[in-house]
Design a binder for this molecule. Structure first.
Ligand code: CNA
Length: 254
């Protein structure tokens, strides 16, 4: 008998699962034109030292330098649209296969593709928060113009410094979201990791938590991850091709 392809094996696992959860990362959005952090050549961190600019200490020390570095990423987020990988995960949720997407992404593409249950563990770039009074602002045109001009945005209410509502190095992850994440990791019997290098903690350790709870793991990623040897299926392909193929294979299962 011919060996089953990885896609078919993954579809088999998904088809039999009771509660599937996805963990996604920046690789889900590269097909939408948003660079990830670590892909050689295009990755944002291959050009800058992250701890130097993307930490809360660095932000407080020099917000202008932070915005100058973050500007190109924020700009690429504004013009991006969901891609077939995002739509495939939304399709899986619609088919009652996928129960939740835990995402490290800050771009909102998964929700725009139609996913309803998305747990944003690193916050969202679509908002800014005032570090003095906590007021939340939409990332709208006037604020974008300030940043694009090389200036720093301040709160209209109290004059405090505005920070994108994302988690920087040295900041805590949002507690309420984390509680939901751990509940999903308890419940899931399959975890589908897509487009993450699994190098940023604590998210990097969550598939292990799920495995320890008895879940099976499927990994779809272009480069190797530490988890590959422990996964049931590893699909080393572009998520924008592999995830739609997975949905088709699932639909074709009799
Ligand atoms: P990462 O460390 O940059 O890893 C991305 C992974 O995706 C790499 O292993 C790549 O090989 C892989 N990859 C890239 N493109 C594809 C593709 N088309 N198909 C399959 N695999 C692909 O990013 P992580 O998400 O693991 O790291 C977490 C960081 C990245 C979080 O703090 C995010 O906030 C942060 N980030 C988010 C965005 C975004 O919201 N789109 C963009 C850049 C960075």
């Amino acid at each position: 008998m011919p060996e089953q392809s990885e896609i078919a094996r993954a579809a088999e696992l998904l088809g039999r699962a009771r509660h599937v959860v996805a963990l996604t990362g920046a690789g889900m959005s590269t097909a939408s034109g948003i660079p990830d952090f670590r892909t050689p050549g295009s990755g944002l961190w291959t050009r800058t030292d992250p701890a130097r600019v993307a930490s809360i200490d660095a932000f407080m020390r020099d917000p202008r330098a932070y915005y100058a570095w973050r500007g190109p990423l924020l700009k690429s987020l504004h013009s991006a649209n969901p891609n077939p990988a995002n739509r495939a995960l939304a399709d899986l949720e619609q088919r009652d296969v996928l129960r939740a997407v835990i995402t490290q992404n800050i771009d909102g593409l998964q929700q725009r593709a139609g996913s309803r249950r998305v747990l944003e563990v690193h916050g969202t770039a679509q908002e800014l928060v005032c570090l003095s009074c906590g007021q939340i602002y939409r990332d709208d045109e006037p604020i974008r113009r300030i940043i694009e001009q090389g200036d720093v945005p301040y709160c209209a209410l109290c004059g405090g410094l505005l920070k994108p509502n994302v988690v920087l190095f040295g900041e805590l992850l949002p507690g309420a979201v984390l509680r939901e994440v751990y509940a999903e990791l308890q419940r899931c019997d399959v975890i589908l990791v897509a487009g993450s290098s699994l190098e940023v903690h604590p998210a990097a350790s969550w598939p292990e938590t799920a495995l320890r709870n008895g879940a099976r793991a499927i990994i779809v990623n272009l480069s190797e991850t530490y988890l590959d040897p422990y996964a049931d299926v590893v699909i080393r392909r572009n998520v924008a091709e592999a995830l739609p193929a997975l949905v088709t294979a699932l639909d074709n299962r009799s």
